[in-house]
Write a protein that binds this ligand. Structure first.
Ligand code: PEP
Ligand code: MG
Length: 545
């Protein structure tokens, strides 16, 4: 028996035989051409064909994993239509007089390397998407067909150095017990798809995957373990773990579609907090009532210049469209300089957590604020969107923000651009100051969202990023709980609803306390939605405590 420790990518257990799949490499032809325009036409034709393939894959994905998968392929379509990729290929063909297969290969290497060098994990993972897409173009140009290239005739565990998103999607779920990849990260699209498909999956185990072909193994997607040729004892332990896990999942799945209400019939708004476009899939999968907090930082982190209004608009629009009639609360940019945004030009700060971030950064950078507001308002014409202002501590900040929001609305109106005139504006209550003056702030906005991560950090004067302070961190500290209670009371006096978000609400031991404070809703990570719903449905607020 051999045991390898890796990264847990998708939860659950798989027990079975391994099939090693070779993610193939091929020789790309390289030659000079006389008729460069003909070559560019070949490239354009390949793009249309690849776009057609993406549509088919998208349809397939909808059938197998639901509507949400559309986002991944919309991202691929976006890359396919990207002007920089197109211009790069055209330049190589025109200036170097090279064939377009070679030009696509060069563009693919250039852009995937560019993404691979970024600091942000999420953006770095997009380099694999570029390779996947370039492969599609090359398949068309070289008349090969990669669809369904991994074929399984019986249920097996797949091992591969790397899987592309389209590889993962082309797998027939009933035949894939589990997935082991060589180098893959939690945020790659292939990983995301394996989670959506519910296939136990691990990565980075350090095992030489070719040698595992045909061997019996256990994939432990909970702890990120790979056990090859397990002993009888380990095998029977894992069969029972697998059974328990599946029972628990079934129990939680039975919560899907059920109303989120307490035993005594109080309806609670249960929504999800997310940080990227891809998370939308698990929001819908877990049957959340909406997105209670979309951290917009993902559009700004790990890049060298501001995202344009259009880029932001397209992202917000894609999310709100995927959410259909469910609400998305977009939190305005709340980035700390450490997140790799040199282009924001924030000078080095001794205390970045107390520095130029949230509403302060936005008010200090009117163009940044206006651009984000314009993008959000434009997207609001396509679905239900609300805005949340982070890091507020004074009424003046709210007034200034609302003034700009009004100017943006007037501007859009005069330009004839549609937006939702009833879009709500709310506050993140995450500084003790905001909680203490919540009676004043409540009259200025449409809702409150209590951010327990920052509220805890600032109330306890305890840096949430500093692991050394772990022993001083009191989970659900009384001071924080009192501020939460006060905020809810003040909000209700002013007639506005309050949702609580942050890590504290993922702890279902506190759910009842928050409900007794009067919380109207919770925004939790998508994976905790069903657990929280089950908890809420078990609480009777009429019970005397
Ligand atoms: C919070 O502060 O609790 C919160 C939800 O926001 P973030 O974790 O993004 O600071
Ligand atoms: Mg916060």
């Amino acid at each position: 028996m051999l045991e390898f420790k890796g990264t847990a990518i998708s939860t659950g257990y798989a027990i079975g035989q391994i099939l090693y799949v070779n993610t193939y490499k091929r020789n790309i032809p390289k030659y000079t051409v006389d008729d460069t325009e003909r070559e560019i036409k070949r490239f354009y034709n390949a793009r249309s064909a690849a776009s057609g393939q993406l549509k088919i894959l998208n349809e397939r994905a909808r059938e197998s994993i639901g509507n949400k998968s559309a986002l991944i392929f919309e991202f691929h379509q976006m890359l396919l239509n990207d002007n920089s990729f197109k211009s790069f290929v055209e330049n190589v063909v025109r200036n170097e007089r090279m064939n377009c297969e070679y030009a696509v290969k060069m563009a693919s290497e250039h852009f995937s390397q560019m993404f691979a060098n970024l600091d942000d994990d999420y953006m770095r993972e997009r380099s694999v998407d570029i390779l996947d897409l370039s492969n599609k173009l090359l398949n068309v140009l070289m008349s090969q067909n990669d669809m369904n290239k991994i074929t399984l005739t019986e249920p097996q565990i797949i091992a591969a150095k790397e899987l592309y998103p389209s590889d993962t999607l082309s797998l027939k779920k009933e035949n894939v017990l589990g997935i082991i990849t060589g180098l893959d990260s939690f945020t790659s699209h292939a990983s995301i798809i394996s989670r959506i498909m519910g296939i136990p999956s691990i990565s980075n185990t350090g095992a030489i995957l070719e040698r595992l072909n045909g061997k019996n193994a256990i994939v432990d997607g909970e702890q990120g373990k790979l056990i090859v040729e397990p002993t009888e004892g380990i095998l029977s332990q894992y069969w029972s773990k697998k059974q328990h896990y599946e029972e628990h999942r079934r129990l939680l799945n039975s919560q899907k579609g059920l109303p989120t209400e307490t035993k005594n019939g109080k309806k609670i708004y249960l929504c999800a907090s997310i940080g990227t476009l891809d998370d939308v899939q698990s929001v819908l999968d877990n049957d959340a009532g909406g997105i209670g907090l979309l951290r917009s930082e993902f559009l700004f982190a790990g890049r060298t210049s501001f995202p344009s209004e259009d880029e932001q608009f397209l992202a917000y629009k894609a999310i709100t469209k995927a959410m259909s009639n469910k609400e998305t609360v977009i939190s305005m940019l709340d980035i700390a300089p450490i997140n790799g945004c040199d282009y924001l030009n924030i000078s080095d700060e001794v205390n970045p957590a107390m520095g130029m971030r949230g509403i302060r950064l936005l008010l200090e950078n009117p163009v940044l604020l206006r651009t984000q507001l314009r993008a959000i308002y434009r997207a609001s014409a396509f679905g239900k969107i609300s805005i949340c202002i982070p890091m507020v501590s004074s009424p003046g900040e709210v007034r200034a923000f609302k003034k700009t929001a009004k100017e943006v609305r007037d501007e859009l109106k005069s330009e004839g651009i549609n937006y939702d005139p009833s879009l709500s504006i709310g506050l993140m209550i995450e500084t003790p100051a905001a909680a203490v003056i919540s009676d004043i702030l409540a009259g200025m906005v449409d809702f409150f969202n209590i951010g327990t991560n920052d509220l805890t950090q600032y109330t306890l004067a305890l840096d949430r990023e500093n692991d050394d302070l772990f022993n001083f961190y009191t989970w659900g500290h009384k001071a924080v709980l009192r501020l939460i209670k006060l905020t809810i009371q003040n909000a209700h006096k002013a007639g506005i609803p309050v949702t609580i978000c942050g890590e504290l609400v993922s702890d279902t031991r506190l759910t009842e306390k928050f409900l007794r404070f009067g919380a109207d809703g919770f925004s939790v990570v998508p994976n905790n939605i069903l657990e929280t719903r089950a908890k809420i449905r078990n609480i009777d607020l009429n019970d005397k405590k």
